[in-house]
Design a protein around this ligand. Structure first.
Ligand SMILES: O=C(CO)[C@H](O)COP(=O)(O)O
Length: 151
Protein backbone atom coordinates (compact mmCIF):
# COMPACT_ATOMS: atom_id res chain seq x y z
CA UNK A 1 0.00 0.00 0.00
CA UNK A 2 0.96 3.64 -0.42
CA UNK A 3 0.97 5.76 2.75
CA UNK A 4 1.08 9.56 2.78
CA UNK A 5 2.60 11.36 5.76
CA UNK A 6 2.58 14.99 6.83
CA UNK A 7 3.23 17.11 9.90
CA UNK A 8 3.60 20.66 11.08
CA UNK A 9 6.70 21.72 12.97
CA UNK A 10 5.26 20.39 16.25
CA UNK A 11 4.96 16.93 14.74
CA UNK A 12 7.85 16.76 12.32
CA UNK A 13 10.24 14.68 14.45
CA UNK A 14 7.60 12.04 15.13
CA UNK A 15 6.44 12.12 11.50
CA UNK A 16 10.01 11.56 10.28
CA UNK A 17 10.40 8.64 12.69
CA UNK A 18 7.13 7.08 11.52
CA UNK A 19 8.01 7.69 7.86
CA UNK A 20 11.28 5.76 8.33
CA UNK A 21 9.40 2.90 9.96
CA UNK A 22 6.80 2.87 7.18
CA UNK A 23 9.56 2.95 4.59
CA UNK A 24 11.05 -0.25 6.01
CA UNK A 25 7.74 -2.05 6.38
CA UNK A 26 7.15 -4.77 3.76
CA UNK A 27 3.40 -3.96 3.75
CA UNK A 28 4.18 -0.46 2.49
CA UNK A 29 5.19 -0.02 -1.13
CA UNK A 30 5.68 3.74 -1.07
CA UNK A 31 5.71 6.59 1.43
CA UNK A 32 4.63 10.00 0.10
CA UNK A 33 6.07 12.64 2.40
CA UNK A 34 4.21 15.95 2.15
CA UNK A 35 6.46 17.67 4.70
CA UNK A 36 7.32 19.60 6.65
CA UNK A 37 10.83 18.22 6.57
CA UNK A 38 12.26 20.14 9.51
CA UNK A 39 11.08 22.36 12.32
CA UNK A 40 12.24 25.56 10.63
CA UNK A 41 9.25 25.24 8.28
CA UNK A 42 6.39 26.88 10.16
CA UNK A 43 3.58 26.26 7.67
CA UNK A 44 0.26 25.72 9.45
CA UNK A 45 -0.94 22.16 9.95
CA UNK A 46 -3.99 22.39 7.62
CA UNK A 47 -1.77 23.20 4.65
CA UNK A 48 0.22 20.00 5.14
CA UNK A 49 -2.62 17.78 6.30
CA UNK A 50 -5.06 18.79 3.58
CA UNK A 51 -2.48 18.09 0.86
CA UNK A 52 -1.85 14.60 2.25
CA UNK A 53 -5.56 13.87 2.76
CA UNK A 54 -6.27 14.93 -0.82
CA UNK A 55 -3.88 12.25 -2.08
CA UNK A 56 -6.02 9.69 -0.22
CA UNK A 57 -9.22 11.15 -1.72
CA UNK A 58 -7.69 10.99 -5.21
CA UNK A 59 -6.58 7.39 -4.68
CA UNK A 60 -2.88 8.22 -4.95
CA UNK A 61 -2.38 7.02 -1.37
CA UNK A 62 -4.29 4.27 0.40
CA UNK A 63 -3.79 5.76 3.83
CA UNK A 64 -2.18 8.69 5.62
CA UNK A 65 -0.52 9.37 8.96
CA UNK A 66 -0.68 13.03 10.00
CA UNK A 67 1.07 14.50 13.03
CA UNK A 68 0.68 17.85 14.77
CA UNK A 69 0.92 18.85 18.44
CA UNK A 70 -2.29 17.14 19.52
CA UNK A 71 -3.42 15.33 16.36
CA UNK A 72 -6.72 17.19 16.65
CA UNK A 73 -6.08 19.94 14.10
CA UNK A 74 -4.84 17.46 11.51
CA UNK A 75 -7.93 15.33 12.14
CA UNK A 76 -10.35 18.22 11.78
CA UNK A 77 -8.63 19.38 8.59
CA UNK A 78 -8.42 15.93 6.97
CA UNK A 79 -12.10 15.27 7.63
CA UNK A 80 -12.98 18.29 5.47
CA UNK A 81 -11.71 16.45 2.41
CA UNK A 82 -14.54 14.61 0.68
CA UNK A 83 -14.24 10.86 1.01
CA UNK A 84 -11.72 11.01 3.83
CA UNK A 85 -12.40 9.54 7.25
CA UNK A 86 -9.74 10.60 9.74
CA UNK A 87 -9.34 9.88 13.41
CA UNK A 88 -6.99 10.95 16.13
CA UNK A 89 -6.02 7.86 18.13
CA UNK A 90 -3.39 7.18 20.77
CA UNK A 91 -4.48 3.75 21.98
CA UNK A 92 -4.57 0.31 20.47
CA UNK A 93 -8.33 -0.25 20.67
CA UNK A 94 -9.21 3.06 19.02
CA UNK A 95 -6.66 2.46 16.27
CA UNK A 96 -8.21 -0.95 15.59
CA UNK A 97 -11.82 0.25 15.66
CA UNK A 98 -11.03 3.28 13.48
CA UNK A 99 -10.35 0.82 10.69
CA UNK A 100 -12.72 -2.06 11.49
CA UNK A 101 -15.74 0.05 12.51
CA UNK A 102 -15.20 3.32 10.69
CA UNK A 103 -13.05 2.48 7.67
CA UNK A 104 -10.79 5.42 8.50
CA UNK A 105 -7.97 5.79 6.02
CA UNK A 106 -6.25 8.56 7.96
CA UNK A 107 -4.67 8.26 11.40
CA UNK A 108 -3.61 11.43 13.18
CA UNK A 109 -1.41 11.68 16.24
CA UNK A 110 -0.20 14.36 18.60
CA UNK A 111 3.53 14.51 19.16
CA UNK A 112 2.87 16.44 22.38
CA UNK A 113 0.55 13.66 23.58
CA UNK A 114 2.13 10.33 22.68
CA UNK A 115 5.68 9.04 22.99
CA UNK A 116 7.57 7.82 19.94
CA UNK A 117 7.73 4.13 20.86
CA UNK A 118 3.99 3.84 21.48
CA UNK A 119 3.28 5.78 18.28
CA UNK A 120 5.48 3.39 16.30
CA UNK A 121 3.75 0.37 17.80
CA UNK A 122 0.29 1.76 17.06
CA UNK A 123 1.20 2.54 13.45
CA UNK A 124 2.51 -1.01 13.10
CA UNK A 125 -0.79 -2.37 14.44
CA UNK A 126 -2.79 0.02 12.25
CA UNK A 127 -1.16 -1.36 9.11
CA UNK A 128 -2.35 -4.82 10.08
CA UNK A 129 -6.03 -3.88 10.19
CA UNK A 130 -8.27 -3.78 7.15
CA UNK A 131 -11.93 -2.88 6.80
CA UNK A 132 -14.36 -5.66 5.87
CA UNK A 133 -16.90 -4.24 3.39
CA UNK A 134 -19.23 -7.17 4.16
CA UNK A 135 -19.24 -6.41 7.90
CA UNK A 136 -22.18 -4.94 9.82
CA UNK A 137 -20.15 -1.75 10.14
CA UNK A 138 -20.19 -1.14 6.39
CA UNK A 139 -23.83 -0.02 6.33
CA UNK A 140 -23.17 2.42 9.14
CA UNK A 141 -20.21 3.98 7.35
CA UNK A 142 -22.39 4.17 4.21
CA UNK A 143 -24.67 6.66 6.02
CA UNK A 144 -21.69 9.02 6.28
CA UNK A 145 -20.75 8.55 2.63
CA UNK A 146 -24.37 9.08 1.53
CA UNK A 147 -24.62 12.27 3.59
CA UNK A 148 -21.41 13.55 2.03
CA UNK A 149 -22.69 12.84 -1.49
CA UNK A 150 -26.02 14.60 -0.82
CA UNK A 151 -24.48 17.80 0.57
O1 LIG B 1 -1.65 20.65 17.57
C1 LIG B 1 -1.80 21.45 16.68
C2 LIG B 1 -3.13 21.68 16.06
O2 LIG B 1 -4.11 20.82 16.60
C3 LIG B 1 -0.67 22.26 16.18
O3 LIG B 1 0.51 21.52 16.17
C4 LIG B 1 -0.44 23.48 17.04
O4 LIG B 1 -1.47 24.37 16.88
P1 LIG B 1 -1.56 25.72 17.76
O5 LIG B 1 -1.81 25.31 19.19
O6 LIG B 1 -2.72 26.46 17.16
O7 LIG B 1 -0.26 26.45 17.60
Amino acid sequence: MTVAVAADNAGVDLKNLLARQLDGDPRVGEVLDHGVHDASDDRAYPRLGLAAAETVARGEADRAVLVCGTGIGMCVAANKVEGVRATVAHDSYSVERSVLSNNCQVLTMGARVIGPELAKRLVDEWLGHSFDPSSASAGKVAHITDYERRH
